[in-house]
Design a protein around this ligand. Structure first.
Ligand code: DP6
Length: 421
């Protein structure tokens, strides 16, 4: 074997993987180890320019154990989910040769060689923005490239699924369906792309990162409790979701925004109803989340047809999907009216991502926020403003799937030491 421990070479790959937001939710497993869901789900991939994980992976005969660093801190790779992903990838690795660098790794060598993983999110992990989906998808995608795994994205999605269920949908851009599958070994529980990110590119997404003091129940334990105790989840998985999946696929194909919004909001609300139907009940949304729902519902009703869809995952943050730029501009004005920053906050760090929406809304400085008039739909019902209840907003859009970053300067690993840069 060429991979002797006296050898100095380090081989590395860097990749970038997006996060995703489900519009038909995954909630509940039929197999906890393999992570097999009780229903199909559909998601929108978010633009990696605003929300993504970048991961560099390296292999070297000099490494003595598998190691991982996440956002600058070393974390353990010993967990069952990481181990399952690593085992699946190693068993699919292929021969690799770089004659110039004198590197030759056979399929068998991959079983013994150790890897280093350095991962970084371009958004705060603490914000509760599906960092595990992007993170696990990026780990699997980058290691698959490093190990010369020749499987297609759907096969890789089945590996990412074993790291975190929602991660399997981050292997593609645009609109993605996770097919629950029937096989006991999970081989047919894979993600497929329904439409790429160009298919419906006038959608604009605004995420309200809601301030929260509460420690949330993890998705993993929350859905376990729901499966064990909620009568509603059974009805949802058996009767409701299968019909919604068919409708949602059609609605996406036709770019029918009103139907898309109705389905997305209904499915988010039913997921949170299942949480409430769980024993003990789980509360992911808080007062601010409820106020955002009221604001959107009132406005949609006032307009006669939906302008914006809302959806909430296992936390209080709102993901708001607008029909187009015009609707997103009007939405941002409403959001900033109800949820202005605290007076000492810099507007530039309060609305991040695609700032052109802020410009379109005619808002340049704090005084423009202060001058916002109450939305017309609240005329008879004057409402309060709630400064500080939202931490910040991220303006984004549907985005592309994972990519390999070939520019060495973007690598997070020092090519000499194999440690984080
Ligand atoms: C509410 O994928 O985080 O975001 O499979 O246990 O890792 P595990 O759970 P996870 O659950 C995501 C739940 C959700 C809905 C969704 O993304 O479909």
């Amino acid at each position: 074997m060429a991979a002797e421990s006296s050898e100095k070479w380090i081989l590395n790959v860097t990749a970038q993987t997006p996060t995703n937001i489900a519009v038909i939710k995954y909630w509940g497993k039929r197999d906890e180890d393999l992570i097999l869901p009780i229903n199909d789900s559909i998601s929108v991939t978010l633009d990696p320019n605003h929300l993504c994980t970048t991961t560099s992976v390296a292999v070297s005969p000099a490494f003595t154990q598998d190691r991982m660093w996440l956002n600058g801190k070393e974390v353990s790779l010993s967990g069952g989910r990481y181990q399952n992903c690593l085992r699946e990838l190693r068993s699919r690795a292929s021969d690799f040769e770089d004659e110039k660098k004198g590197i030759k790794i056979t399929k068998k060598n991959w079983e013994k060689l150790h890897v280093h993983v350095v991962s970084y999110n371009n958004f705060p992990t603490a914000a509760g923005l599906a960092s595990s989906a992007a993170g696990l998808a990026c780990l699997v995608f980058s290691l698959a490239k490093l190990m010369n795994v020749k499987e297609d994205h759907s096969k890789l999605s089945a590996i990412a699924r074993q790291g975190s269920g929602s991660a399997c949908r981050s292997l593609y851009g645009g609109f993605v369906k996770w097919i629950m599958g029937k096989e006991e070994n999970g081989s047919d529980s894979i993600a497929v792309q329904l439409a790429d990110e160009k298919h419906w590119d006038d959608l604009v997404i605004i995420i309200a990162v809601v301030s929260s003091r509460q420690k949330e129940t993890s998705s993993t334990s929350g859905m376990r409790d729901s499966v064990e105790t909620s009568p509603l989840i059974k009805h949802r998985a058996k009767e409701v979701v299968p019909k919604r999946i068919i409708e949602m696929e059609e609605v996406i194909r036709k770019r029918d925004f009103p139907a898309f919004a109705r389905l997305t909001c209904a499915d988010s609300n039913q997921f949170h109803a299942v949480c409430l139907d769980t024993l003990p009940p789980i509360f992911y949304m808080n007062d601010t989340s409820h106020r955002i729902i009221s604001c959107v519902e009132k406005w949609n009703r006032h307009e006669g047809s939906p302008q914006v869809a809302y959806t909430f995952d296992a936390g209080p943050n709102a993901v708001l999907i607008s029909h187009n730029r015009k609707a997103a501009t009007l939405l941002l004005q409403r959001l900033l009216f109800y949820f202005p920053p605290k007076s000492d906050t810099d507007l530039n760090s309060y609305v991040i991502g695609d700032k052109t929406i802020l410009k379109d809304a005619g808002i340049q400085e704090m005084k423009d926020v202060e001058a916002l008039a109450p939305p017309p739909e609240t005329k008879e019902n004057p409402t309060q403003r709630h400064p500080g209840d939202v931490s910040y907003f991220i303006c984004t859009r549907p985005g592309r799937g994972p990519v390999v970053l070939t520019d060495e300067s973007q690598s997070l690993i020092n090519p000499e030491t194999g440690l984080p840069k």
